[in-house]
Design a protein around this ligand. Structure first.
Ligand code: NAD
Length: 492
């Protein structure tokens, strides 16, 4: 087991046991309890929020020149890289994900802090064109205390995506990780403390979403909430934020279409479609969970896809040969299995998978076989609802208009993948699809320098990119008079 201390939480700069209901975190590959975290209580949230407000108002951080604040972010990146191996092992134990994936997530978290440091050092306020006898400018200031609430599927990467720009912008942050996976946020909290962030600017508060998450959202000192998670939770948070007239950014669910046109490079498309849905065991907001194939290639493509899917290697995240690791939790695996049962009842053909794997080695883990379904219309529940597991639904399409209509017939609008050799088709369809991100002849590639976010029920706001820091600031306009004459209205 990794050696990071894991049972205490960070409240207002101090590591101690929280006063909330303890939460057990389980290794989904074995079903064994990893540790019991003494989670935060609503009183802890209050203490952390007040301390955060105090620390954020202190000029020691608020007014520190950007290049000096950036140094702290670089130190955090250095320490993440120093501990990368240990962090990746911890994340594999907590989430079940393969070591290949958790290593990539850890390094992406370090990259996020470095990129944000560079963006911070080079961010500029602007002089606006003056329309009178004054100089006008627009400057950016911190909001104060940010509530950052994250899901269980990609801890450390999603935590870093919120912490780096929120801290860079000059704020304090209350970070609330998911119940099932509290350990990476705590480990990151240790690293950030060691990197020398002034005490009180960061609290890490694991606990129940409906108690701790809710207390963060409603706390009067919290000036913005940045949330990644399910659409229903996002909606609840948005209602509470509306009461406070508080800005929120919401990165929510998806049901993303991947499209194989008649002229696609089939090898490339097969590899991309399989990676898009079965990597991370489908537990990815941008999983390509609806596959549309041109009717003329449908039987050929889906036949080959099913043959290859059936050969994917299942196993624990610690085995370098594993392609499909366990799901995050047995309860989540059961929910995924329930969707496949529902599809059967609705008349689906189960082309492969559709069950918990047989075998002693899979007995204790939260495994589920990669599954391909077809024979259902796009209106079926498994085509409309986010399953968040290794389940792909295949559908044929007739022409471009039919494809666009079916692909956009979803409450979600997070991502889309297009597989075609024709750049004109790619351009036209990419612009017609309702999605925050469209990948063309590739899928599930990420870059901290490129904004990310959803449309429709997939969310509000964008993370990443040079402007990522701006999401955690308020804009203020300044007018400086350039002459000494009194305003004419007041003259007699
Ligand atoms: P979830 O909505 O159940 O929980 C997310 C977080 O919200 C957790 O920390 C949880 O404790 C907290 N929470 C729950 N109820 C709350 C409340 N009433 N007030 C405040 N906080 C509350 O989501 P999950 O099951 O942890 O994660 C899976 C979901 O996340 C999927 O829908 C997935 O698509 C989505 N997701 C989206 C993105 C994206 O960038 N768009 C990325 C990853 C995951």
């Amino acid at each position: 087991m990794p050696r990071l201390p894991m049972d205490e939480v960070l409240i207002a700069g101090e590591w101690r046991r929280g006063r909330g209901t303890p939460i057990e975190t389980v290794d989904p590959a074995t079903g064994q309890v990893l540790t019991t975290v003494h989670a935060a209580s609503a009183e802890d949230v209050d203490e952390a929020a007040r301390a955060g407000a105090h620390a954020a108002a202190d000029p020691a951080w608020r007014d520190l020149p950007a290049h000096l604040r950036a140094r702290v972010l670089h130190r955090i990146a250095d320490l993440i890289e120093r501990d990368a191996d240990e962090l990746s092992a911890l994340q594999t134990a907590d989430t079940g994900k393969s070591r290949t994936e958790t290593r990539a997530l850890v390094h992406s978290a370090a990259g996020t802090f470095r990129y944000t440091a560079a963006a911070l050092e080079t961010a500029e306020d602007v002089l606006t064109p003056a329309r009178g006898p004054y100089v006008t400018m627009s400057v950016h200031e911190p909001i104060g205390v940010i509530g950052a609430i994250t899901p269980w599927n990609s801890p450390i990467a999603s935590d870093a995506q919120k912490l780096a720009p929120a801290l860079a912008a000059g704020n304090a942050v209350l970070l609330k990780p998911a119940e099932w996976t509290p350990l990476m946020a705590l480990a990151l909290g240790r690293i950030i403390t060691e990197a020398g962030l002034p005490a009180g600017l960061l609290s890490v508060l694991p606990g129940l979403g409906s108690v701790i998450g809710d207390a963060i959202v409603r706390h009067p000192a919290v000036g913005k909430v940045t949330f990644t998670g399910g659409t229903n939770t996002g909606r609840t948070i948005a209602y509470a934020a509306a009461d406070k007239v508080m800005p929120v950014s919401l990165e929510l669910g998806g049901k993303s279409p991947t499209v194989v046109f008649e002229d696609a490079n089939l090898e490339q498309a097969l590899a991309g479609v399989m990676f898009g849905i079965f990597s991370s065991s489908g537990q990815s907001c941008i999983a390509g969970s609806r596959l549309f194939v041109a009717r003329s290639r449908y039987e050929e493509f889906v036949g080959e896809l099913v043959a290859r899917t059936a050969k994917l290697r299942l196993g624990p995240g610690t085995d370098p040969a594993t392609q499909v690791a366990p799901m995050v939790h047995h309860r989540h695996r059961d929910s995924v299995a329930g969707y496949v049962d529902l599809a059967r009842e609705e008349g689906a053909r189960v082309l492969c998978g559709g069950a918990v794997p047989d075998g002693e080695e899979y007995r204790d883990g939260a495994y589920y076989l990669p599954t391909v379904l077809d024979g259902l219309p796009n209106t079926a529940r498994v085509c409309q609802e986010e399953i968040f597991g290794p389940v792909l639904v295949a559908l044929p399409f007739d022409d471009e208009d039919d494809l666009v209509a079916q692909a956009n017939d979803s409450v979600y609008g997070l991502a889309c993948g297009l597989w075609t050799r024709d750049h004109r088709t790619a351009w036209r369809v990419a612009r017609r699809i309702d999605a925050g991100t469209v990948w063309i002849n590739t899928y599930k590639q990420f870059s901290i320098s490129t904004p990310f976010g959803g449309t429709k029920d997939s969310g509000i706001g964008r993370e990443k990119g040079r402007d990522g820091i701006r999401a955690y600031q308020r804009q203020k306009s300044l007018y400086w008079a350039t002459d000494n004459a009194p305003l004419p209205w007041a003259l007699g």
